[in-house]
Design a protein around this ligand. Sequence first.
Ligand code: BTN
Length: 331
Amino acid sequence: MRKEILDLLKKAGDTYISGEDIAEKLGVSRTAVWKHIKELRRAGYDIVSQAHSGYALKGAPDVLTPEELMPLLKDSLFGKNIIYHEETRSTNEDAKAAANDGAPDGTVVVTEFQGTGHGRLSRGWFCPKGEGVLFSVILRPTSFLPQEAPKCTLLAAVAVARAIRGLGIDVGIKWPNDILADGRKLVGILTEMSAEMERIHYIVIGTGINVNIDADEFSPEIQDTATSLSILAGHAIDRRALLAAILREMESLYAAVQREGFAPVFDAWRELSVTLGQEVRVLGVNETFEGTAADIDETGALLVDTPEGRRRVLAGDVSIRPKGWTGKRTN
Ligand code: BTN
C-alpha cells in the first residue's frame, strides 16, 4: 500500500492529491491512507498536507528501497523482485539464502549497511551506512555451463563501468573485476555460485560501490588506494539513479549473453580494461611473477607475457605497475 500511495503522490508531482482521491483509487479508507502517510513521513518522506487540497510529496529520503527503485526499473527483470534490508550482514549471504529458498532469476538484494560484507580472497568490504551502493543479483542462467560462470564477473564489471561512465566519471576495469579511477579502487565485485557438474543452480553477483564517502572515512589501510564517486565528481551522487542504471546495463548484457554468448561482454571488457597492455605483478595462489598483460582468453583468464613465455592467470590478484614502480600495492 505504501508503494501505491507513493506512486500516486509521485505521479501528481507538485500538485496536491486529496486523501479521499487516494482512498478511492486504492479502495481503502481515508483513515488507512492517513496512517500510511504517517508511516511514510516516519521513513523520511517529506509529505506536506493542506486543508481541502490533500497531500503533496516534496522530497524523498536517500534510500534504496523497492519503493524508490521499482519505478525506475519498470518492465525489467531486475526490477521485479527486490529484497531490501536497511542493515544486514552481507547481501551475498542474503542472496544465497533467498536463492536456496527459490528466489527467481533477476532477484536483487540491496542494503544500506553490511556488518560483515566480504570480498575476494577472504577480504572484508566495509562501507559507512547509506554512503555506498551494496547489492547482489541472483541469476539462474540456462544457456551456459558452470565453467562459464566466472565470466559473469566480467559482465558485472562492464555493466557497472558503463553506468559510472554515464555519470561522466572516467573509470576502467582492472582484471578481473575491480573498477578503478585515478588508479584507486572504487568498486569491488564478488561472484559466487551453486551448481552441479552440468547445471547451474544459481549465480550470485555481489557489488560494492564507494559512492558518497569522504576521503577521511576510509580506514587508514586503504586511504591511499581507495576513492569514491563523490570525491571524483566533487558532489554527491544519486544512489538510486546509479543503481537503476547499473541494473539496466546488467540486464541488457545478461540478455545478450543468453542469446549470443559472452563475446559482446568480452569485447566491451577489453575496451574498458586498464590492465591490458600494462606491466603487471601477479600474486597467484602459489607464486608471484611479473610481465605484460596481453589479453584475456575465451575463458576470461588473463594472459601475461613473461620472459619465460605466456602465462594464463585464472585466479589471484593483479597489481598494475605504475611508472617508477616501488612494489607497493595499488589495490
Ligand atoms: C572485492 O573487491 O574483493 C569484492 C568486494 C565485493 C563486495 C560486495 S558488497 C555487496 C556484496 N555483499 C558482500 O558481502 N560482498 C559483495
